[in-house]
Design a protein around this ligand. Sequence first.
Ligand code: FES
Length: 158
Amino acid sequence: MPQIPQTLHELSVGQLSARSGAAVSALHFYESKGLISSRRTSDNQRRYSRDALRRVAFVRAAQRVGIPLATIRDALAELPEGRTPNRDDWARLSQTWRKELDERIEQLHRLRDHLTDCIGCGCLSLETCVLSNPDDISGERITGSRLMPERRRRTDTD
Ligand code: FES
């Protein structure tokens, strides 16, 4: 991993990429989402403060455990005066996110079990296959594809 001299207070996007391991495109994306920020030099080059390294590490660690970027951004926004997350922040947030991760793992286990039912079946039935119609709200009231004629009728009159 390339070393950055301690006397260097600002990093170019290339230096930040090399040091953090995040692709330049990912850094631009993070910036567009408000996760990191930079200032522009007179020749329109991005310059990041050194603490951007820790912010990027925070974002990537959270992403690795599946935390959505919007949630990460909200967590960063809650820090006073936009400061970089410290050890205590990470400890607190990772504790919170652990619960979400556990719930997601449970949900994935349920999906895996449903997928096991589908293997070798292929029916993709809206009535019996949980994976083909997981949010079947209408199915609680009606069965089959009764919504289709309504859609067709609406389209016919449009
Ligand atoms: S494909 Fe038949 S139950 Fe899912």
